[in-house]
Design a protein around this ligand. Structure first.
Ligand SMILES: *Cc1c(COP(=O)(O)O)cnc(C)c1O
Length: 430
């Protein structure tokens, strides 16, 4: 397969943008090759600048649950172009999207639209701190909540650690109030609350972790979070930027029947345009300006194009049978891949919740960041490379999800499984 044009473009891109990209994972560094420059997409397919065709399992890192260029999203965007792209004033469309979110998510009674998931989590935590009058927050090791200073904290290995910034430029002070606990570990969380319970404003969690591969919550974990936070008067924040409208129309909170105080959204609710949102209980959300004193603003927040694309997406997802169909396709892919691995004599650790799945190149069951790190990333890179050469576009990292969309056909899934069969056989001895 020729990759010349992508190669040339990457050389140009590196002159003008750090690392040639506008978001680090796009550079393919974790798999040791140059990125592809994408020219266009259609349904579950993408085409690179050299004219190579791929079945896409990245889906723009989660938003494209309907695939590329869904006709109803395109139509909504066209309609929007007729009226204008931004007013910085209230529009009818915003009410519709806010209402759709409130009706869908059990924990959301009121919502504020923003421009990214990062903005959503950062603003939700400001609100939680203001509401509780406390400063400390708890996050879980391996969970990603955007790149705000106080959330960009990686824990050391082993047991519970106090926050250490995972990027230069984050002042130690910004990290000092962030406590990091291993995912799926209620004992560690309890011991933190025993010591700091009355200083903790909120616990923020990905209800299904999607940024260390895919790691489902163990039985009782989310229930435990709800109980402990309630007991100490801390807020529970579900970061459903990935899981919202993906795991069910009501997100992970509907699937696992947990009622969080605040919820962060992004990705799917923008239908492929930049968006985010945070929402929750009315008595908390009423503290947000201008109703309340907690300041948060955005020139392009509630942007008509983004809101139109999001609304069109939710309208399609709300139709009967969509999540059953998504589950059927995802199960087909999962079973096919798992069988292909077995046939190749490989024991790998597969995790799947609905249309989020991950093949960990380890025999250890993956339940948290430490076990995720037992994965052999060199083997993953070889698998990735073989899949790419066979026209299958996976996320270029072991620690990302495979996203199935409604646009994937059974035939494309079958083709993916066949490619995986060859890829597994080829890497067996690496
Ligand atoms: C992607 C993501 C974010 C950040 O959203 P951006 O729109 O990239 O800022 C936050 N939380 C989770 C769980 C995410 O997956």
């Amino acid at each position: 397969m020729p990759y010349e044009k992508s190669r040339e473009l990457f050389i140009q891109a590196r002159q003008y943008m750090p690392g040639g990209v506008n978001s680090p994972v796009r550079a393919f560094k974790a798999v040791g090759r140059d990125p592809l420059f994408i020219a266009r997409g259609e349904g579950a397919l993408i085409f690179d600048e050299d004219g190579n065709e791929y079945i896409d399992y990245v889906g723009s890192w989660g938003p494209l649950i309907l695939g590329h260029r869904h006709p109803e999203i395109i139509a909504a965007l066209r309609t929007c172009l007729e009226i204008g792209t931004s007013f910085g004033a209230p529009t009818r469309l915003e009410i519709e999207l806010a209402r759709a979110i409130v009706e869908a998510l059990p924990g959301v009674e009121m919502v504020r639209l923003v421009n990214s998931g990062t903005e959503a989590t950062m603003s939700a935590l400001r609100l939680a701190r203001a509401y509780t009058g406390r400063n400390k927050i708890v996050k879980f090791e391996g969970c990603y909540h955007g790149h705000a200073d106080f959330l960009l904290i990686k824990a050391g290995s082993g047991a519970t650690t106090l926050g250490v910034p995972s990027s230069p430029g984050v002042p130690p002070n910004a990290a000092a109030d962030t406590i990091v606990v291993p995912y799926n570990n209620l004992n560690a969380l309890e011991s933190i609350f025993t010591r700091h319970g009355h200083e903790i404003a909120a616990v923020i969690v990905e209800p299904v972790a999607g940024n260390m591969g895919v790691v489902p919550p163990v039985k009782g974990f989310l229930e435990g979070l709800r109980e402990i936070t309630q007991h100490y008067g801390a807020l529970l924040i579900f970061d459903e930027v990935i899981t919202g409208f993906r795991l069910s129309y009501g997100g992970a909170q509907e699937l696992y029947k947990i009622d969080p105080d605040l919820t962060c959204l992004g990705k799917i609710i923008g239908g492929g345009l930049p968006v985010g949102a945070y929402g929750g209980k009315k008595h908390i959300m009423e503290k947000v300006a201008p109703e309340g004193p907690v300041y948060q603003a955005g020139t392009l927040s509630g942007n008509p194009l983004a809101v139109s694309a999001g609304l069109a997406t939710l309208k399609v997802l709300k139709r009967p049978g969509t999540y059953e169909e998504l589950e059927r396709k995802s199960a087909l892919l999962y079973q096919g891949m798992a069988e292909a691995a077995r046939e190749a004599g490989l024991t790998l650790s597969f995790n799947r919740v609905g249309s989020m799945l991950c093949i960990f190149f380890t025999e250890t069951p993956v339940v948290d960041y430490t076990t995720a790190c037992t994965a052999d990333t060199r083997r993953f890179a070889a698998f990735f490379q073989s899949m790419l050469e066979q026209g299958i576009y996976l996320a270029p990292s072991q620690f990302e999800a495979v996203f199935v969309s409604l646009a994937h056909t059974d035939e494309q899934i079958q083709k993916t499984v066949e490619a995986a069969r060859k890829a597994f056989a080829a890497i067996k001895y690496t």
